[in-house]
Design a protein around this ligand. Structure first.
Ligand SMILES: Nc1ncnc2c1ncn2[C@@H]1O[C@H](COP(=O)(O)OP(=O)(O)OP(=O)(O)O)[C@@H](O)[C@H]1O
Ligand SMILES: O=c1[nH]c(=O)c2[nH+]cn([C@@H]3O[C@H](COP(=O)(O)O)[C@@H](O)[C@H]3O)c2[nH]1
Ligand SMILES: NC(=O)CC[C@H](N)C(=O)O
Ligand SMILES: [Mg+2]
Length: 509
């Protein structure tokens, strides 16, 4: 039993799948052009047509097989999906007089798709085409000020189209719309994180067979959860490698080694590669170049270890890659833009000798944390703030030098330990310090000083795709700034970053 999501290239297709999982239903994403037989093979109870960048006027735009829209299963078309439905079934789509982008308000809505939702509803829109005539017998079920056809229902009341995107967080009641659709369609709601875990275990076993797996493990939640999953799936075919690239935080290597000890000495390798990383980064200031260098150096270390450890070599390199890493690196194959090359995706060298094993590639951080709970990952690692693979190299703006690493380590440690002392660590999703190349003038003991500007950043977020800056108490920030300028004399000024994502990202590079 499943919900089949037909993908027409929307940025949000994976988000639709994620929402369906959150509603405890099982979903499968297929290409928008999949045949009806292929769809039927998934035993669907309902179908969702995603949005997409194409326009239904374009003769080359992707279309569902003709029979798909004529079959009787309950279907929800979102944006481009709704436009496809309307056009194919005898209605009309036209270029809208005014585009709708961003927040829109449904001034009117009616019927079971909006059950439990009263009054005006804010929904996120992103379209320039609009349905202007309905297929015979269909009804309008939602309108905005700009758009008289923001939602439509079929004559049998089981198939719907919505011009807005119920799957994004900026549609605060969008989940209710999706849930209503699943209810109306009678979709089974018994898909739990336990099921996800079983599916991942089975997939890994089927893929790996008798081959050996090298796991890149960082002590972060994603790769540590993956370590437990792989240990369960493939047992002693697994070797975990933790790389100390010289870009770790104060005491981090010791802490990570202690945390990973349960994997067993035999299955864990800690590699000191600081010299290689630092010399490869020498003189480099461009953020993308730094990321690519780190990505390449990581792989060179894994290749070397693989050769040293086993004659037959390792076929698989496992990484704790998540979907946001993939989207931001434009590796999703869905036409999204390159925001930054995550070292583990867009930063990989082209001549990679491993096959990648990335079971979490389509999951989001909070979903991995759910799996971590099931697998018994200790709480401090499960709730640890993320720390990017390129480490402090992307938190030192400009060139990375040993001196700057030392300054940043001491400052970062004061910030993070103060968060713990004030019991604030768990109230934010991620916190970090950034060393800028700026220097500014100050006065200490009547003398002029000239020190670096340090940025502090703390954010709250669920999926790390969007984030808001954390409203940390002013007394806390005051204490941290005093401590840092007192204990790290190279820093002359401390600033707090009050930018959300978007428009900024969480890291500064
Ligand atoms: N120092 C490291 N040694 C070995 N592998 C690493 C290291 N840092 C990162 N990686 C690999 O890169 C992947 C992506 O890093 P990322 O920081 O996003 O995930 P994580 O460290 O597992 O979790 P978190 O996001 O909580 O830090 C990791 O899952 C891991 O496979
Ligand atoms: O392993 C990683 N390799 C990378 O290259 C990388 N870049 C960003 N991040 C982390 O991803 C999340 C979103 O970050 P941004 O808002 O800065 O894009 C935040 O949690 C970042 O810390 C990375 N993690
Ligand atoms: N987000 C979408 O699905 C957009 C659909 C179509 N490209 C439009 O502009 O209307
Ligand atoms: Mg990490």
């Amino acid at each position: 039993m499943s919900v089949v999501i037909l993908d027409f290239g929307s940025q949000y297709t994976r988000l639709i799948a994620r929402r369906i999982r959150e509603l405890r239903a099982y979903s499968v994403i297929l290409p928008g052009t999949a045949s009806l037989e292929r769809i039927k093979a998934e035993n669907p109870q309902a179908i969702i047509l995603s949005g997409g960048p194409a326009s239904v006027f374009d003769p080359h735009s992707p279309r569902p097989a003709a029979a798909v829209l004529e079959q009787p299963l309950p279907t929800l078309g979102i944006c481009y999906g709704m436009q496809l439905m309307a056009q194919t079934l005898g209605g009309k789509v036209e270029r809208a007089g005014r585009r709708e982008y961003g927040k829109a308000v449904l001034t009117q809505h009616s019927g079971p798709l909006f059950a439990g939702l009263e009054g005006e509803l804010q929904m996120w829109m992103s379209h320039s085409d609009a349905v202007t005539e309905l297929p015979p017998g269909w009804r309008v079920i939602a309108q905005t000020e700009e758009n008289p056809v923001a939602g439509i229902a079929s004559p049998d009341g089981r198939t719907f189209g919505v011009q807005f995107h119920p799957e994004v967080v900026h549609s605060p009641k969008g989940m209710q719309v999706l849930e209503n659709f699943l209810e109306l369609a009678g979709v089974a709601r018994d898909w739990t994180p336990e099921h996800t875990l079983e599916t991942l275990l089975a997939d890994v076993r089927a893929k790996v067979g008798n081959d050996k797996v090298m796991l890149a493990v960082s002590g972060g939640v994603d790769s540590s959860t993956l370590a437990l999953l792989l240990a369960r799936a493939v047992g002693d075919k697994l070797t975990a490698v933790f790389v100390d690239h010289g870009l770790l935080r104060l005491n981090e290597r010791r802490e990570v080694e202690a945390a990973l000890r349960p994997l067993g000495d035999k299955n864990l390798r800690v590699v000191d590669a600081a010299q290689e990383f630092l010399s490869a980064l020498r003189g480099v200031t461009d953020p993308e170049q730094k990321r690519k260098i780190v990505g390449r150096e990581f792989i060179r270390v894994f290749e070397r270890e693989a050769r040293a450890l086993s004659e037959q070599g390792y076929r698989w390199l496992a990484q704790g890659t998540l979907y946001p890493d993939v989207i931001e690196s434009a590796g999703s194959g869905e036409g999204s833009a390159n925001i930054k090359s995550h070292h583990n995706v867009g930063g990989l060298p082209e001549d990679l000798k491993f096959e990648l094993l990335e079971p979490f590639r389509y999951l989001f951080k909070d979903e991995v944390r759910e799996l971590a709970l099931l697998l018994g990952l200790p709480e401090p690692i499960r709730m640890r703030h993320p720390f990017p693979g390129p480490g402090l190299s992307i938190r030192i703006l400009g060139e990375v030098t040993p001196e700057k690493l030392d300054i940043l380590r001491r400052a970062d440690d004061i910030f993070i330990s103060s968060l713990r002392d004030w019991n604030l660590y768990d109230t934010v999703s991620q916190a970090l310090a950034v060393l800028t190349p700026l220097q500014s003038v100050g006065v200490i003991g009547d003398e002029r000083s000239y020190g670096y500007v340090l940025g502090l950043r703390a954010v709250s977020t669920v999926d790390f795709m969007t984030a808001d800056w954390a409203r940390l108490p002013l007394d806390f920030l005051d204490e941290v700034a005093r401590k840092i300028t007192r204990q790290v004399p190279e820093i002359g000024r401390v600033v707090y970053d009050i930018t959300s994502k978007p428009p900024a990202t969480i890291e500064w590079e």
